[in-house]
Design a protein around this ligand. Sequence first.
Ligand code: TYC
Length: 107
Amino acid sequence: MSDFDPYKDRDGGLATQEAKPKLKRPPLYKVILLNDDFTPMDFVIEILMDFFAMSEEKATQVMLQVHTQGVGVCGMYSKDVAETKVYIVNDYSREHHHPLMCSMEEV
Ligand code: TYC
């Protein structure tokens, strides 16, 4: 049998480095709520509980953060999920004739 082993020293003594896998985690997006003067506080709390699975206590905290600071984070999601959340929150708010604005930004 031949001594030739095709897996041994294929570089002929030359130092080589394996290519690093070019995988990056997909970016995350923050879904945010913006303050306005008209949307009732209870409606915002309902949104945070129903669409972002928050407890009433957490939803109240986030609503008050938005009310006092102007903006607050509802959660972090992949692009598709964030886009869907923004769409359903804005759609639901318009259906109920409130000007509440939901938006997203890359983290
Ligand atoms: N500022 C509103 C009010 O005083 C309440 C509110 C909170 C509105 C959060 C929007 O994203 C919002 N009724």
